[in-house]
Design a protein around this ligand. Structure first.
Ligand SMILES: Nc1ncnc2c1ncn2[C@@H]1O[C@H](COP(=O)(O)OP(=O)(O)OP(=O)(O)O)[C@@H](O)[C@H]1O
Ligand SMILES: [Mg+2]
Length: 265
């Protein structure tokens, strides 16, 4: 049976991040993608120039419409913008059985805020505990904990464990914002930390890496893979997509990754 995956996130009209990236990543990982929008952004590869909020009741209506009708095998939560939207998303997902990937999107690559400050507490207190896998990047892990950004592997693992202690079943602390020859991510589970390494690829085209990774992960979880196996597959996928990014010619800033690099001739 083909897995049905719901992304709850914002729109990126340039197609590299947000729900557009999510749907591509889900499709590339062999699942059927769906999307409930929390916000429209006006953005391109150079940055975000506007954000248009979807009324919270309508975010809830979209999620309800899908859940009322469709067997949803996994959910990915991305940009939630503000506290009220975070609350309705938590209300809609609480008590559900399917795996949920929570990507705590806070700041776009160009620096634009995608999460209002008072929403961080709702994200931490209501959405984080619903996460099968929470996928913070280094600044997000630090912000959720009120700590400094991790600079060592030990600090990444410790922050992953501290976020797990707040209720996420697994935490994948992503190393994309780090430095060094490897872009390694740390999966913290009940049994401890497991590392997923990959060579750091020299490209400016990394728009949407986080959205794409978390959506690939949701697709793999929805297909029934255990978390560590799903992370392994999703990490291989994003590595290939970043390695293929420079073959696309999209915009003059940070271009998108190539979701279909291994599928297209
Ligand atoms: N240059 C790179 N080479 C290889 N892997 C990378 C590179 N940059 C990021 N990654 C990987 O991409 C995934 C996403 O990590 P990253 O830390 O970039 O997330 P993010 O900051 O949430 O992304 P976004 O800015 O799109 O939200 C991780 O698996 C990370 O290791
Ligand atoms: Mg991100």
């Amino acid at each position: 049976m083909i897995a049905n995956i719901l992304s709850i996130a914002g729109s990126d009209p340039s197609g590299g991040a947000g729900i557009q990236a999510d749907l591509k990543a889900i499709a590339a990982n062999g699942a059927y993608g769906m999307a409930a929008l929390t916000a429209l952004t006006a953005q391109n590869t150079r940055g975000v120039s506007g954000v248009h909020r979807v009324p919270p009741a309508f975010v809830a209506a979209q999620i309800r419409a899908v859940l009322d009708d469709v067997r949803v095998d996994a959910v990915k939560v991305g940009m939630i913008l503000d506290a009220e939207i975070a609350e309705v998303v938590a209300d809609a997902l609480e008590g559900r059985e399917m795996p949920i990937v929570v990507d705590p999107v806070m700041i776009a690559k160009g620096g634009a805020a995608l999460l209002e400050e008072d929403a961080v507490a709702v994200l931490r207190d209501r959405l984080l505990p619903l996460a099968t896998v929470l996928t913070p990047n280094l600044p997000e892990a630090a912000a959720l904990l009120g700590e400094d950004v991790a600079e060592t592997r030990a600090a990444m693992a410790a922050q992953g464990a501290a976020l797990r202690a707040r209720g996420a079943a697994h935490v994948l602390v992503k190393g994309g914002h780090g430095s060094g020859a490897e872009s390694a991510d740390c999966l913290v589970s009940e049994g401890g930390a497991e590392w997923f390494g990959a060579p750091r690829i020299a490209t400016k085209n990394t728009h949407g890496t986080g959205c794409s990774l978390s959506s690939a992960l949701a697709a793999r979880l929805g297909q029934g893979m255990p978390p560590a196996a799903a992370v392994h597959r999703a990490k291989a996928f994003i590595g290939d997509a970043i390695a293929g990014a420079d073959t696309l010619t999209v915009g003059s800033g940070h271009g998108p990754v190539h979701h279909f690099v291994t599928l297209w001739p």
